[in-house]
Design a protein around this ligand. Sequence first.
Ligand code: SF4
Length: 311
Amino acid sequence: MNLRSNSNILENVKLLGKSELNSKKITQNVATEVHVPPAKKIRKKIVVQAADENARASTSKEEVQVSSWKPGNWPKTLQNIREMRKNRDAPVDVMGCEKHGDFIGTEKDRRFHILVSLMLSSQTRDQVTDAAMRKLKTDIPGGLTVENLLKLDDGVLGKLIYPVGFWKKKVLYLKRVAEILRDQYDGDIPQDLAGLCMLPGVGPKMAHLCMDIAWGSLTGIGVDTHVHRIANRLGWTPKVTKVPEETRKALEEWMPRDLWREINWLLVGFGQQICLPIGPKCGSCLNATICPYAKGEVKLESPRKKKKLVE
Ligand code: SF4
């Protein structure tokens, strides 16, 4: 994260008056509790852990590796997952959000496509997100841009993105986000975690992935439901975690930073093909003999639970 990003965060802190600065790590982390003002009945309260990439990259080993705890067998487990994922033929490999920025247009529009794709992908299969993005790109007069989206009737937008999960709510979020981008970011997307997380319908997982895919800035591990579930099954957290954000923090405590970018892609595809939410294919998994979940050492709640929109 550059100086401008830190400046933005600190400015947000100042303006909102709801934040706490960690004085020991002020150059590395800024913990910001952000309250978004009510806008068209969309309210949001979030906690953002913003990491300064450049600062962290240059810090000493002791500062990055803040925990000495590491899961047993993790290098072997990771190697096995890489082996099982070597064909790169999971839905995420051909329809992941980073695929939706590949078009001829401005850099701003490319980043907007990635943000929209991430917003649609929450609680939605990659195939459905991909179909919706294709329709948005081809059926919106003039193409998918901030201005063109704002001109679109809500009903038409709903038909274009249906049946993505929570599509009615996402119509409202997309419209509100487009307004914010037009009014506050000159039609671009925010270039920092705090700014992204302040957008309606955008949570930490999306923000970290967006920073990486849209801006090329690695700020944290993108932990979705696949990464959250598999990390717990593999015992990659010191204790069972309840939500993806808790899992992200636990993983970042021990996992070498050079794996952060790879791990989302690796585990999402692994979760789509083998370590399924319900009925994981342990019989054909290379990790069956070392996996705590397969050996009955880890008990987890059923994934059949109430869905949450923002990740
Ligand atoms: S053994 Fe089963 S639970 Fe463990 S990683 Fe493999 S598929 Fe998932």
